[in-house]
Design a protein around this ligand. Structure first.
Ligand SMILES: Cc1ncc(COP(=O)(O)O)c(C=O)c1O
Length: 221
């Protein structure tokens, strides 16, 4: 059984605070403060530009990506650490739309994380090529998948309720209809024991700081 006293001691929290925020920003791991100081002073400060090689910054996205991959059930070499999740959503959606230049609809649901939808709105507005962001109720997603959908963009686990989409089923359904699929996997690591290894035709996005999940989560499936 997890020893939560031990786990709590690994994090810096103001005295007396009970912090239940499972999204946005987790508490500071005690080890992170010293590591940040080392990166700033010993690596950036002393190594300057040579830090890219000597401190191993260059391969950090894939090295740390593999460690995140172990949490989300992805095979080594399939996970890359990047900027914030919102930026990655924007970039993945931009790339996915280029993969389906003949289609104009991005399908998502009203349970998606708000900033994911804002990213999509912003991108489609800037592209100004007649794309539509179609937002349906979570339970109506499957029926809304048709051959006009360029991209199916969903968050796997609802941060507020723990509701979980059937990822394998919706992915297959969308791919059979010719769509590219983007999954936001923030909250999935804590919600599931295992997510199938990433398939190269999908664009799964995971946020390492968002590994807890809130509310009425059902038992692991
Ligand atoms: C499900 C989900 N998607 C996206 C985001 C946005 O993440 P970021 O702040 O890294 O852009 C969050 C943040 O909490 C989230 O919980």
């Amino acid at each position: 059984m997890t020893d939560f006293t031990k786990t709590r001691a690994m994090f810096h929290l103001p005295d007396g605070m009970i912090y239940l925020d499972g999204n946005s920003l987790g508490p500071l791991p005690r080890a992170a403060a010293a590591r940040l100081q080392q990166a700033a002073v010993d690596e950036w400060g002393d190594m300057l530009i040579t830090g890219w090689n000597r401190a191993g910054w260059m391969d950090m996205p894939t090295r740390l990506g593999d460690r995140i991959g172990a949490l989300i059930g992805a095979a080594p070499g399939n996970t890359v650490l990047g900027d914030t999740l919102s930026i990655k959503v924007y970039q993945a959606l931009a790339a996915a739309l280029e993969m389906r230049p003949d289609r104009r609809v991005v399908l998502s649901d009203s349970g998606n994380f708000p900033t994911d939808l804002y990213m999509a709105q912003g991108l489609l507005g800037s592209l100004n090529r007649g794309h539509e962001l179609r937002v349906v109720a979570p339970e109506a997603v499957e029926a809304a998948i048709g051959d006009d959908i360029a991209v199916l963009m969903l968050t796997h686990v609802d941060y507020a309720t723990g509701r979980m989409h059937d990822m394998a089923r919706l992915t297959k359904r969308a791919q059979d209809a010719g769509a590219v699929v983007i999954w936001d996997l923030a909250h999935s690591a804590a919600r599931c024991r295992w997510i199938s290894p990433a398939r190269t035709r999908n664009l799964p996005l995971a946020a390492p700081i968002n590994t807890s999940t809130a509310g009425r989560a059902r038992p692991h499936s």
